[in-house]
Design a protein around this ligand. Structure first.
Ligand code: ZN
Length: 68
């Protein structure tokens, strides 16, 4: 899987698409930006609440977005 990392503006909504994934720099976890249900990485640095339509990032310096 090739990873093309995206530049993103933390002040705006994170890009979310079928081919976009979020990567946690803390635990190395990778989660889809459009999951079926609520999902988070192992260390909970990243958590997506699908029902609320929210992405929570605790430490943005350990957060990357890439397109496959
Ligand atoms: Zn993590």
């Amino acid at each position: 899987m090739s990873r093309n990392y995206l530049q993103f503006d933390p002040d705006k909504a994170y890009p979310a698409r079928e081919d976009i994934y979020y990567e946690c720099g803390k635990c190395g976890g990778v989660i889809p930006s459009k999951p079926q249900g609520g999902i988070g990485c192992q260390c909970r640095n990243i958590f997506i609440d699908v029902d609320a339509g929210r992405v929570s990032i605790k430490d943005e310096s350990k957060f990357k977005i890439f397109i496959t």
